[in-house]
Design a protein around this ligand. Sequence first.
Ligand code: ZN
Length: 275
Amino acid sequence: MTGSGNDALIVDADCHISSSRFDGLALTASDLIGHMDQAGVDKALIWLKPPYDKNIDPENRAIHDAVKAHPGRFLGFGWANPRLGLDHAKDMVKRCYEEYGLLGIKFNGAQDDYVIDDEEVAMPAIEYAARFGKPLAFHIGGDFPENTHPYRLGRIARRFPEVKFILIHIGGASFPPLDRSSIETAKANPNISVIGSAVHERAIMAAIDVLGAERVCFGSDMPFFLMHARLAMYRALLEGRPQAEINAILGDNIRRIAGDLPADEASAGASAGAR
Ligand SMILES: [Zn+2]
């Protein structure tokens, strides 16, 4: 486990930003920085918030621009939507990595309406993204259980055992949550870590108990949930645990998974990540 000191960084592993305030919830990068400073969050993993017109390229570009404009504050992930066609998804993945320098790709079968392990619609795009060897994040929620059931992510994770997968929400995002099958799936697949965002606190505690502190990450799902309140909830849940576990869940884990570590810690993180 990394991060034994008190200088560990707080990293919110699930935040959405937008190129502009195009709806009542949309946050720009500088809006999010304001919330982070208020909440005492050092860094945030950011991905886009899908616009109504499905034109995701400007939103992915906004992630890149945010990372450049605020050095050291953001871990940027791209977004691909296989429903816009395989060529579009491949172009988006390639641009996110090669032009925008992002750290991973997120797939959201709920908002973009596809079954995440569909052999025709989704798998070819996932297979293409997996070739880059960077982490792949999936919305796994009770809001669209057929599209995003955790067992489907287990199937994907077994097909690409060398890739790190991030199971976002522990099956939450709605009621009833799929937390039990999410935790079972991560337990059975060591290349899956979970972000406990938009889910109830018992699911987060169960994930820590079953998977251990090294595979659970704090995330708020800002702007859908409030960062400062969710961080306070995590601090309450983690009270009394060893500092190294708290540091892991509140920041070190997602930094290791996303590859956001100084060189001297990266080698230790790589061996921990290969468990
Ligand atoms: Zn989210």
